[in-house]
Design a protein around this ligand. Structure first.
Ligand code: HXC
Length: 258
């Protein structure tokens, strides 16, 4: 299927979605968000796609929600449309792993979208920020909530109140991103990580993802309980039997997603 605002391709077991509004630094218009949702639906339904990569250009992952589209909205427009809930959080309910490959600007809604993914791999030119305060508004897609959980109160306050950008090195030091690589190596590194994950058992991968995400939604004791019950459930799978047998027999496992 062809989209107006994104490019979609499959490489091996990995579905790649590239945000593609270069003239607007991939500003997240409602059309782009609709395209993103449809592409995620398609990849989630595709049995051959086991991991999804979300990326932008070398200059911008995404420079935020589309300011030109937002500028004239009234309170009632925003309230009645439930502005941004529609479609934006599609990535957070994706059950397959989603990796954000971020080069250049990831600002405002762009930073929020990257944080909705399961991990962020950054190029060394990446810049993250929540500059909404400079526009007389504030983060509306998780910037005050996810960023605070990921980097702590003081740095989240710093980012959201000053509107400054942080570079890739700072983002790595504070745990916002899991790895930083030279820009030229970003795609290859991310595809290698994605293929590594794609080679695991898909149901176990989904269980791990759900358990880690539960850490952000619940108390520690409830999270530990969820983890333990899910861990028990892995013993009902063929892949646990195969994985442990392969270890004992000193061979590579051959998972069947059962
Ligand atoms: C619409 C945008 C845009 C955006 C850039 N552009 N960001 N259009 N919405 N968020 C457009 C510019 O208008 C310009 O188009 C073109 O992209 C290139 O941008 P420049 O500013 O000329 O590039 P540069 O000088 O390199 O500066 C890059 C930049 C700057 C630092 C990223 O563009 C910038 O500050 N952008 C806004 C970042 C921001 O405030 N994001 C938060 C948005 S609010 P023209 O046609 O004019 O040449 C938000 C709220 C989220 O995200 C809440 C819920 C979703």
């Amino acid at each position: 299927m062809a989209y107006d605002n994104i490019l979609v391709e499959t490489s091996g077991q990995v579905g790649v979605i590239t945000l593609n509004r270069p003239k607007a630094l991939n500003a997240l218009s409602s059309g782009l968000i609709r395209d993103l949702g449809a592409a995620l639906d398609a990849f989630e339904a595709a049995p051959d796609v086991r991991v999804i990569v979300l990326t932008g250009s070398d200059k911008a992952f995404a420079a935020g929600a589309d300011i030109k589209e937002m500028a004239e909205k009234t309170y009632m427009d925003a309230y009645l449309q439930n502005f941004i809930t529609q479609g934006w959080e599609r990535v957070t309910v994706c059950r397959k792993p989603v990796i954000a490959a971020v080069a250049g600007f990831a600002l405002g809604g762009g930073c929020e979208l990257a944080m909705m993914c399961d991990m962020i791999i950054a190029a060394d030119n990446a810049k993250f920020g929540q500059p909404e305060i400079n526009l007389g508004t504030m983060p509306g897609a998780g910037g005050t909530q996810r960023l605070t959980r990921f980097v702590g109160k003081s740095k989240a306050m710093d980012m959201c109140l000053t509107g400054r950008m942080m570079d890739a090195d700072e983002a790595w030091k504070c745990g916002l991103v899991s790895r930083v690589v030279p820009l030229d190596d970003l795609r290859e590194t991310v595809m290698r990580i994605a293929e590594t994950i794609a080679d695991k058992s898909l149901p176990i991968t989904m269980m791990v993802k759900e358990a880690v995400n539960t850490a952000y939604e619940t108390t520690l004791s409830q999270g530990i309980h969820f983890e333990r019950r899910t861990f028990h459930a892995t013993f009902a799978t063929d892949d646990q039997k195969e994985g442990m047998a392969a270890f004992i027999e000193k061979r590579q496992p051959s998972f069947t997603d059962r």
